[in-house]
Structures are given as C-alpha cells and as structure tokens.
Design a protein around this ligand. Structure first.
Ligand code: MSP
Length: 523
C-alpha cells in the first residue's frame, strides 16, 4: 500500500445539453464505488463531479429550448444533482462551470499559460464539430451517408474561420511522450495508452483555444471579444474545485495532483494529451492517472437521442432497485471494455448472483441462527480445516480487492468477492447444518458462527458497490456502525458470541422475468 493517504478523483463534468442517461450514471458510479472503497480503507477522499455549462453546444440547446443559457443550465444541471441522489453517489462536491470560483480559475490558468509564452493570437480556419466541441484535421474526417463530412465520432462538422488564440501544442510532443514513458500507469487501460501515444507520435498541431463567433463562455482576460475554448475552461474544473488559483492553499496542496480522472473512451485525448500539456504549460503537475472506460449500448444498439433508445437511470432504478443496478453495471463488463445493457442480462444477474448466491447464503445462514439458536450468535467450538479455509478466504479477500480497485478492475473485484460467496454456499451444502442440528449440536454452533463471520466480511467489502444492501446485511448480524470499515476485517474484530440478531429478512428478492416495469420514477 502506498504511503499517500489522500485520494482525489473526478468524473467528467457533463454537458447540460441533455438529460442524464445510463452512460453518465456509469462513470459517476465507478467513481462512487472507488471513493467509498478508499474511505472505508482509511483514505481521506475528495470525490468531484459536476456539469460543463459553456460552449456552443449548450448555447444552441438553450436557444432550441427558447431559454436564456443561464436559466437553461440551472435547470438541466439540477437533473444531474438529482441523479446523484437517486444513484446514492457520495460526491464531496458538485462543480458548475458557470460558478464564479470557476470563472476565476479559468482566467487564472489562461493568464499563466499566456505569461509562460504558450498562447498567441492568430486566425483559425478549419473544421469544428459542435457536438464534440472539438477541432478536426481534414485528414481525420470521413464521408457520411449523405455525402456530408463527419468527424470520426460521427458528429457533423462545420467550417470555422475566425480570429483565435492558440496554445502551442505542437511544442509538446516530446515532453508528452517523455511523460507517458516515465509514467506507465498514467493512461489506462493499455489499449487507450497505445492509442494516445500513437496519436502524439504523429505530431501535434497548435490548438485553437478561443472563439469569437459566439459569447456563451468564459471571457478571455484582456480580450473580451473572445471566449475561452470550452475544453480549456472545462478541464480546469478539476483544479478549481481544490482551490486553484490559490496554489499555496491548504486545499490545493492537499489534493493536487488528482489521483484519478475517470472518463469515457470518447474524451481520452482531451484528458491525456491536451490537459497534461495545459497543466505543464501553466506550471502545474499533471494528474496521476486517467482511466478511459468503454461504451454502453442498449440491446446491441448505440445509445442516442435520435434513435430514441436512451436508458434513463431513474427508470431502471425504479424497476430493479438501486443496488441491483449498481451491481449490474459494475459486474457485467470488464471495466474498460464496451458493454451491452439488456433487460435479460440484468435480470440474469439479479436472479443468479444476487438472489441465488448472495441472498440465499444470507437467508439460509441467518434463518438457521434464528431457528436453531433463537437468534443468538452461538459460541464456536474448535475449528476444523473447512472452517479455517472459509474464514481464511473471507479474511484474505481484502489484499486482492485493494489491488483490483487500484487497477479500476471493478468486475474482477466482484469476482473475487463471489469466490467467497460461492465457497460459503458450498460450505453450507457440505456441512449440512440441518443435519448437525439433530446429530451434532456443538458442531452446528461452529458452522453457524463461521457463516456469520463470513457474512460480516462479505457485508463489509460489498459496501462500496451496494451501500444500502450491504448495510442491511450488516444490520442483520447486529454489527455496530463503527465496526464496518476495512480496519475491522479479520479475526481480531470477530463477532461476539451471545450477540442477538434481529429477525432475518430477505435482501435480494428474485425477479420474474416478464415482470411489469414499475411506475416511471418522478424527477
Ligand atoms: N463535457 C464533456 C466532459 C468535460 S470533462 C472536463 C463531456 N460531457 S458528456 O456529457 O458528453 O459526457 C461524456 C461522458 O459521459 C463520457 O466520457 C462517459 O464518461 C459518459 N458517457 C456518455 N455516454 C456513454 C455511454 N453510452 N456509455 C458509457 N459512458 C458514456 O464529454
């Protein structure tokens, strides 16, 4: 374990042109599970999310809604805050780029870049995709079905010709390549790292960092006819939130550089190329790591507003339950790969992993303690090999889980936990407590105690992914709230025989596959 006990992690800040969907929910969920894990592991965590409110795309959406940009962004930004509540996110801050603290920080980073000689005035003529808020070289464009030029992302491009400030990105190729080389963990997973390195190796062009053809943005200091390029403004949010430009402040020195920027694969270039160059140019340290996860499709189709197949996280939470959705999203897909959302798949996970494996284990063990021991945790006798094997497996999980969370391997983390869940179910089948009850009451006590201890370990390590259900598991073994951190894993903190458990109640109900969806959740 590293000596560093603080952990600063961020989600992308989401554009307020749209209502939140499953993709946004996913990135923030991954950060939430990671934050909760680190907190339980004794870290001081700062978890940031928020909304990206400037730029042409938001300006156009506001106009289409017949609203002023500020009132439009106030309204849409609130949807993202509501999502945070529905999804049970534990973010420490929620930043909006229209806040005064952020405008101050964006102008300060601009001044630092200009003072360090990295910004100059010129004219931009080239292609721009409003949907991506990105400039593209002619060579990157592809021809769309109607003969129109499209960005590689499929976004339409338009020709832009206007006075613009530039950042001297072309000067950063060697420094960036050296930085990637010295920091092999900076970009993950490796496929994204290779993609970024080959992009930078091809050579970089100076980047247009201001616009004059619209006004919805942060004004360029000393030249208010220009607004800052929305990505320079947006990326700076990660610094704003920890006190930039007050680089000597307690907050900034405590949290910067960020430990992790979690992003989707669509925006890796901004985070792994432009952002470290901006930061180094402004005399600031680059973040420690950028993880770019994959893309969700809906029943095999790309999720898009025009296809009309957007998955509203509030709907699926109302239908399946919050922890069921949280579990599914983190378990179904190796983090970093693309994944497909299907109702069949989520029902399969809920019935298989949650109801059959975990739910049954808790239900069987706790109802036997209720029935055979009047709900009082029995005193174990001497342990045999099978008992020690299960207790050892439960205690031993945490080292592997730490390793997996630091690699952002959420699905592997859940696999590791499920190895113990399945071992515990196998133990119940082998030990057959219902027989011991008649044939060997002393042995029965040991077996039920070992099971309660295993449930304790499982409940503790499941808290980051399924906070409500895990805490209900721990309530059922009467574990005090102050004994639920990772420091309390292990035999030294074992449950006290004689403790009285409440009457058990099922935590993970089975679903019937053709069950009618629950009523649509209210926003
Ligand atoms: N505003 C920029 C980010 C600025 S960060 C300084 C932006 N916003 S966005 O609203 O378009 O959000 C993009 C992010 O949402 C992706 O990087 C990803 O994290 C998440 N997702 C959006 N759709 C997604 C899927 N279909 N699947 C998985 N995640 C996706 O880009």
């Amino acid at each position: 374990m590293s000596g560093r006990r603080t952990y600063y992690l961020t989600t992308p800040i989401y554009y307020v042109n749209d209502v939140p969907h499953i993709g946004h929910a996913y990135t923030t969920l991954a950060c939430d599970a990671l934050s909760r894990f680190k907190r339980l592991d004794g870290f001081d965590v700062h978890f940031l999310t928020g909304t990206d409110e400037h730029g042409q795309k938001v300006e156009k959406s506001a106009a289409a809604a017949g609203m002023e940009p500020q009132s439009f962004t106030d309204k849409v930004s609130q949807n993202f805050r509501d999502l945070a509540r529905t999804m049970n996110y534990s973010n420490d801050d929620f930043i909006r780029t229209t806040e005064p603290r952020h405008i101050r920080a964006s102008q300060a980073i601009w001044n630092a870049l200009r003072d360090n000689g990295h910004i100059y005035l010129g004219t931009y003529s080239g292609w721009y995709a409003v949907r991506d808020e990105a400039f593209y070289a002619e060579s990157e464009l592809v021809e769309g079905p109607s003969g129109k030029k499209l960005a590689p992302s499929g976004a339409e491009v338009e020709w832009v010709e206007e006075s613009s400030y530039f950042f001297d990105l072309s000067q950063w190729q060697d420094r960036l390549l050296a930085f990637y080389d010295e920091n092999p963990d900076f970009i993950a997973p490796p496929s994204r790292r290779n993609e970024v390195i080959s992009f930078v190796r091809q050579g970089l062009q100076d980047l247009s960092v201001s616009r004059t053809s619209f006004t919805w943005g942060v004004s360029v200091p000393d030249d208010p006819g220009h607004v800052m390029y929305v990505w320079l403004d947006a990326l700076t949010n990660y610094c704003t939130a920890v006190g930039y430009p007050d680089t000597d402040s307690a907050d900034f020195t405590k949290w910067w550089p960020a430990d992790l920027h979690m992003v989707g694969k669509d925006i890796v270039r901004f985070h792994a190329v432009y952002w470290p160059a901006f930061l180094m140019g402004a005399g600031l340290a680059p973040p420690r790591r950028v993880f770019a996860h994959g893309w969700w499709t809906n029943e095999g189709q790309k999720i898009s507003k025009s296809v009309g197949n957007i998955i509203d996280p509030l709907d699926i939470v109302a239908r399946y339950g919050i922890d069921q959705v949280r579990y599914f999203l983190l378990r179904e897909v190796p983090f970093g790969n693309d994944g497909d959302f299907s109702h069949r798949a989520i029902v399969g996970r809920i019935n298989g992993d949650l109801a059959n494996d975990l739910g049954n284990l808790c239900q069987r063990a706790l109802s036997m303690i209720g029935r055979y021991c009047d709900g009082v945790l029995p005193e174990p006798g001497p342990y045999g090999a099978a008992d020690l094997a299960l207790l050892g497996a439960a205690d031993g999980m945490i080292d592997e889980l730490r390793h997996e969370i630091d690699a952002q391997a959420f699905n592997e983390m859940l696999d590791t936990i499920w190895v113990v869940v399945r071992a515990a179910n196998g133990y119940v089948d082998h030990q057959a407590p219902w027989k011991l009850q008649k044939e060997d009451p002393a042995r029965l006590k040991t077996v039920l105690y070992v099971l309660a201890e295993t449930i304790r370990a499982l409940g503790i390590v499941l808290q980051p992914v399924m906070p409500d259900s895990a805490s209900r598991m721990l309530d059922q073994i009467a574990l005090a709230a102050d004994r639920r951190s990772f420091a309390h894993l292990g035999r030294a903190h074992a449950l006290r025989p004689g403790a009285r458990f409440p009457a058990p109640s099922g935590i993970f109900p089975r679903l019937v596959e053709d069950e009618k969806p629950a009523a649509k959740a209210k926003r």
